[in-house]
Structure formats: structure tokens, C-alpha cells
Design a protein. Structure first.
Length: 221
């Protein structure tokens, strides 16, 4: 009886994981594709967030070593978890739409992205804000290039010094925002810019006893 149940269970799992998607999906098994996407999301999220959190925490955060390590691992976990869940939801929704509609189309990607984005990245948290802004900046640049390729915008090389203009406008706006609209900038950017432009307005007092360590502390202070 137990052997029959095991065989039935194994047969069901085998059917589930080796199901061929009738040419609709770009993979052999929707289940394995979703699971592997979850794994890739965990690994990639941790790989890109951990070094960033490590550097930013030790450079700009105050507190005990224990508090800093907790912040680093909390940020890494949130990023990797959110990315893993998003990838799984996106792939699952796209698979469902392909099978329901019988076709692969841009609409599947748009719906899958919207559903996953609303569920995972819809909460306004520091980690989500960073990810959303990063993605949006790439979407804007990619959209401009796509419009240019399709003739809806002039090609970049047709505009003299276009990249110089782009850089000038970007830095003009961010410096204006930092100087005059500071509360509306993202906190991590504000901290970095405060260190560069405001904390550098004053030098610490020269130590009475000049030693190599005191000189380093004075220069970096």
C-alpha cells in the first residue's frame, strides 16, 4: 500500500516536473522554471545587496558592530527574498497566461510584471524604493532608445553633444534638489551628498600632538 502511494506520488511529481508545455512556454516544465527562478532570485539578490549593504553600513551608519551586522543581513534578506518572490510570481503568471491564451505575447509580460510588481514591490520600504528607482531609470533610458530605433525620437548621434547635455541636466537638477529641496531626495542619496558637500565645509581642529594616527584621523574626520 505504501509502495503504491509512493509510486503514485512519484508519478505525479514526475508528470508535474517533466510536463512539456506544448511549445507555448520556452521551457519543459513550468513548475521547475518557477522554482529555479525563485532560487536565482535569492542568490542574485544576496549577491548584489550584501556588498552594497556592507559598505554603506560601515561608512555611514552609527551603532554597535552587532547592530550594523543585523542591518546588513536584514537588508540582504529583504532584497533577496523580494526578488525571489517576484521572479516566481512573474514566471507563474506568464505561464498561466500562455496556457490560457495559447500564445506568447507582450501582454503576458506586462500583466506578469504588473502583478508581481504590485504584490512584491508595492510596499513603500527603503529596499523597494531603491529597486524601483533603479529599474525605472533603466526603463526610461531603454524606452528612449527603443523610441529612437523606431523613428519616434531622433537618434542620439543626431543631436550634438547629447550625452554632455544629459549629464549637465542630471547634475544641475540633483544639486538644486540637494541644496534647496533636501527633504524630498532619497535618504541614502542625501547622506552621501551631505558628506561630500556639507560635511566638507569645516575641517576638524588640528590635534595638539601630531602623530601618524592623529594626522590620519584629522584628515578623514
Amino acid at each position: 500500500m505504501a509502495d503504491s502511494a509512493a509510486l503514485a506520488s512519484g508519478g505525479a511529481w514526475s508528470t508535474l516536473t517533466t510536463h512539456h508545455c506544448s511549445g507555448v512556454c520556452p521551457h519543459d516544465s513550468c513548475v521547475l522554471s518557477v522554482l529555479r527562478g525563485f532560487r536565482h532570485g535569492l542568490w542574485y539578490g544576496a549577491k548584489i545587496r550584501f556588498p552594497h549593504a556592507l559598505v554603506m553600513t560601515f561608512l555611514f551608519r552609527t551603532g554597535t558592530l552587532s547592530d550594523k551586522l543585523k542591518d546588513i543581513f536584514r537588508a540582504t534578506w529583504q532584497h533577496s527574498r523580494n526578488l525571489a518572490i517576484y521572479v516566481s510570481i512573474y514566471k507563474a503568471v506568464c505561464c498561466l497566461l500562455r496556457h490560457a491564451r495559447g500564445v506568447e505575447s507582450p501582454l503576458n509580460s506586462l500583466i506578469g510584471g504588473a502583478v508581481g510588481g504590485a504584490i512584491v514591490f508595492g510596499a513603500h520600504t527603503p529596499i523597494n524604493a531603491q529597486i524601483n528607482m533603479y529599474v525605472m531609470s533603466r526603463v526610461i533610458l531603454g524606452g528612449v532608445k527603443a523610441l529612437s530605433v523606431h523613428g519616434l525620437l531622433p537618434a542620439a548621434d543626431a543631436i550634438p553633444h547629447v550625452y554632455t547635455i544629459y549629464a549637465a541636466v542630471t547634475w544641475a537638477l540633483v544639486m538644486y534638489m540637494h541644496q534647496w529641496q533636501t527633504p524630498h531626495l532619497q535618504r541614502s542619496l542625501t547622506v552621501s551628498m551631505d558628506y561630500l558637500y556639507r560635511d566638507s565645509n569645516k575641517w576638524p581642529k588640528i590635534p595638539a600632538n601630531i602623530t601618524p594616527q592623529a594626522a590620519v584621523d584629522w584628515f578623514l574626520g
